[in-house]
Design a protein around this ligand. Structure first.
Ligand SMILES: [Zn+2]
Length: 115
């Protein structure tokens, strides 16, 4: 049984505007209920405090799993994953022109380091 109260779940859902913090799918377009996810996974010591919780669809939550970092394919450096509570989605991602995929935006500092 989860130790996250129904009140806190409702608060997180409101803070997240009822949408996945990663793919931004709205609850009304997702089959199943958006899940409360741990930004720092419990498997890595994350807690059930509000600051560590956000809303995610099952696909994003399962894909992220217990990861907190990933390798940047441009720089080959290990980088911290996007934090939907602290970072602005549109500064990190954008939709492809056909609206079928989300892609990470290239940071100016990444371009600079590639030269
Ligand atoms: Zn998602």
């Amino acid at each position: 049984m989860s130790s996250i109260s129904e009140g806190l779940r409702a608060k997180i859902r409101t803070q997240a505007n009822d949408q996945c913090g990663y793919c931004r799918s709205l609850q009304r377009y997702v089959l199943g209920i958006l899940e409360i996810e741990h930004i720092i996974p419990k498997a890595l010591g994350g807690n059930d405090d509000e600051e560590n919780l956000w809303l995610a669809c099952r696909l994003c939550n399962n894909y992220k799993a217990a990861q907190t970092h990933a390798t940047d394919p441009l720089t080959n450096r290990k980088v911290r994953l996007y934090n939907p509570r602290k970072q602005n989605w549109s500064q990190h991602f954008e939709w492809t022109n056909d609206g079928s995929n989300i892609i990470g935006m290239i940071k100016l500092y990444s371009l600079y380091r590639l030269k």
